[in-house]
Design a binder for this molecule. Structure first.
Ligand code: AMP
Length: 640
């Protein structure tokens, strides 16, 4: 088998072994966690594309994330919570965390929640959200966390899909000092849903008044008092038992419940914490994501705790009280590993590029960025400002941990800006020609990034209650091949580094030429007066599609009149011509103050595209600021 050769020979050998001597490799990794019953088979591949990891083994995520550390290092800090929204802080040791999780588990059990039951968690970033997740996996209940920013419609469809016995929620979240009530949204979602959860456990933060539905709604604080001394033994689960589902959007309107197992996930995360993130037990890990997203599951909750690290959980904006808040936390809590997203870095850069310099960041070893392409200007800026390795890593809700990255915990590897790196252990990454199904073995050929069967441990087992959709969606898109499709375009250079060029499902086709909107964006973003840009494919009578660009200028004061806008547009067109060729030149570059994004910072390209094409942009419940889309609508409707 030929594999791309990463630069480090030590890592290359490890990666090679992880796919060619798969069972032996993963059996060794499995020793990172504790098993109540040892597994009898490492990977059951008898029913592809499904894979069952550590068959026959019994373990528990909560035992491995909490109890064993509470047993061995009870006083070591486990959870550090800081809210700049409510000006509160809370620090829990592993022993204290275990106690809170047992109390929560006792409450759930008292409501009849048991193994295999679903619990929907609709919570702001507060410790109780994490207690709830850990309590679920402790007793074998399957949690389904729904991002607190989702509104009633999205929540209702998830309630109907997951059919939870119980919902855990809170009166409100807070964003930028503004209270965001959750309870009315939840009540409305339950009203809309066909499935009615039997109980709703409410954490009352005292932020917003709540209506209580008698017989259904429960008060967490009161119940906690009743279970202060609760001892709830962990329920030992088959390694293959589902631990959680997490919804992610697909090409259809119906969200997909990504289902994860227990043992495989624990092993994969534990390995990634050392090999990829190079964290050490007893240190502090800070992921700036939200528990509503996959990064929150893997690297706010489970990964750090499994590894015996404290997780720093932050509720608040990166720019409030000022753009130094994250760096202040790094200094104060001696964070060694930090994980964020490129958008956040861009926000910080825009708000106050000097903020980092005001803090002692000597504890920090590396900053990991993921979730979206890391553009070169952002990478260059943060790298220079921080003076630490900036490590891009590429993965998806479906995989649960990085597909591509740099395993600096194994052997230092050189970062290449623009590339998330090389395949991580267990991922046999290949590029395929989407039309012919041919594997692209040469360097610098653009293809669909796919992973050979089986996916490594920790990746999705299936789509909740829909095996057929799992097979059809992920394993059937390359003709003649049964490989997992990421739906991302990529290329691999001669050193084995991969570059992600955007979603295959966002592809645009201009006069028969396939173009990645991402490539055009990169080109435009290299203009010195462009802060951010979104490119979408818009239907065009002559060319099939044309690219349309919406850019945020760094210095918008220079764009007051039309002549100035036209001049900048012309400069950008020229730049694209020069970088990619005239074929990639957008039909227009429009200037806006803000791009439509989800609250987690993902560009809403499809919504922009719909608006440009005069179509309904669809579900906008996750949009951060609806006026951004309205501006685009007005721009495209206005005569030139
Ligand atoms: P999600 O499931 O929401 O995490 O989104 C996964 C998608 O985000 C991937 O399929 C990629 O399109 C994109 N993505 C995530 N990480 C990266 C990265 N480091 N570089 C480029 N794209 C990324």
């Amino acid at each position: 088998m030929t594999l791309a050769a990463p630069l480090s020979p030590a890592y290359s050998a490890l990666h090679q072994r992880s796919v060619t001597d798969r069972d032996a490799y993963w059996a060794e990794q499995a020793a990172r966690i504790e098993w109540e019953t040892p597994f009898s088979q490492v990977c059951d591949t008898s029913n592809p594309p499904f894979a069952r990891w550590f068959v026959g083994g019994r373990t528990n995520l909560c035992h491995n994330a909490v109890d064993r550390h509470a047993r061995d290092n009870p006083q070591t800090q486990a959870l550090i919570w800081v809210s700049t929204e409510t000006n509160q802080e809370r620090i829990l040791s592993f022993a204290e965390l275990q106690r809170e999780v047992e109390r929560m588990a006792a409450i759930l059990q008292a409501q009849g929640v048991g193994q295999g039951d679903r619990v929907l968690v609709y919570m702001p970033m507060i410790p109780e959200a994490i207690f709830a997740m850990l309590a679920c996996v402790r007793i074998g209940a399957i949690h389904s966390v729904v991002f607190g920013g989702f509104a009633s419609g999205s929540l209702a469809s998830r309630i109907d899909d997951a059919q939870p016995k119980l919902v855990v929620s809170a009166d409100a979240g807070s964003r930028g000092g503004k209270v965001v009530p959750y309870k009315p949204l939840l009540d409305e979602a339950i009203r809309l849903a066909q499935h009615k959860p039997a109980s709703v456990l409410m954490v009352n933060r005292g932020l917003a008044p709540m209506d209580t539905v008698p017989g259904r709604d429960l008060d967490y604080a009161a119940l906690r008092e009743q279970h202060l001394d609760a001892k709830v033994p962990v329920v030992w689960l088959e390694s293959t038992a589902p631990s959680y589902t997490l919804y992610t959007s697909g090409t259809t309107g119906k969200p997909k419940g990504v289902q994860r197992d227990t043992g495989g996930y624990a092993v994969a995360l534990a390995a990634s914490m050392e090999q990829i993130y190079a964290g050490k037990p007893g240190e502090v890990y800070f992921s700036t994501s939200d528990i509503g997203w996959v990064v929150g599951h893997s690297y706010i909750v489970y990964g750090p705790l499994l590894h015996g690290m404290a997780t720093l959980v932050y509720e608040g904006l990166p720019t409030r009280p000022d753009a130094a808040i994250w760096w202040q936390l790094v200094e104060r809590f001696k964070v060694t590993v930090m994980f964020s997203a490129p958008t956040a870095v861009r926000v910080l850069k825009k708000a106050d590029p000097e903020a980092l310099k005001r803090h002692d960041l000597s504890s920090l070893r590396a900053l990991f960025l993921a979730g979206e392409p890391l553009d070169e200007p952002t990478a260059t800026w943060i790298s220079a400002a921080l003076g630490k390795p900036i490590i891009d890593n590429y993965w998806q809700t479906e995989t649960g941990w990085p597909i591509l990255g740099l395993a600096n915990g194994v052997d230092a590897q050189t970062s290449k800006f623009g590339s998330p790196g090389v395949p991580m252990p267990g991922y046999n990454v290949k590029l395929f020609d989407e039309a012919t199904g041919e594997e692209l073995l040469g360097g610098n050929q653009k293809g669909v990034v796919c992973v050979e069967y089986p996916l490594p441990p920790g990746c999705m087992q299936t789509i909740w209650q829909d095996d057929a959709r799992f097979v059809k969606t992920y394993w059937s898109s390359i003709p003649g091949r049964q490989v997992y499709s990421t739906f991302d375009w990529g290329i691999r250079d001669a050193d084995g580094y991969h570059f992600i060029l955007g979603r295959t499902d966002d592809v645009i086709n201009v006069a028969g030429h396939r173009l990645g909107t991402r490539e055009i964006e990169e080109a435009i973003a290299s203009h010195p007066n462009v802060a951010e840009v979104a490119v979408v494919g818009v239907a065009d009578q002559l060319k099939g599609q044309v690219a349309m660009a919406f850019a945020v200028a760094k210095d918008s004061s220079r764009l007051d009149d039309e002549a100035a806008r036209n001049a900048l547009e012309a400069e950008i067109m020229k730049l694209v011509d020069g970088n990619l060729g005239a074929v990639a030149r957008p039909a227009r570059v429009r200037f806006v103050n803000l791009l439509p994004k989800t609250r987690s910072g993902k560009l809403l390209r499809r919504a922009i595209q719909a608006v440009c094409e005069g179509r309904d942009p669809g579900d906008l419940t996750t949009i951060d600021d609806p006026s951004s889309l309205e501006t685009i609508r007005q721009l495209v409707q206005a005569p030139r």
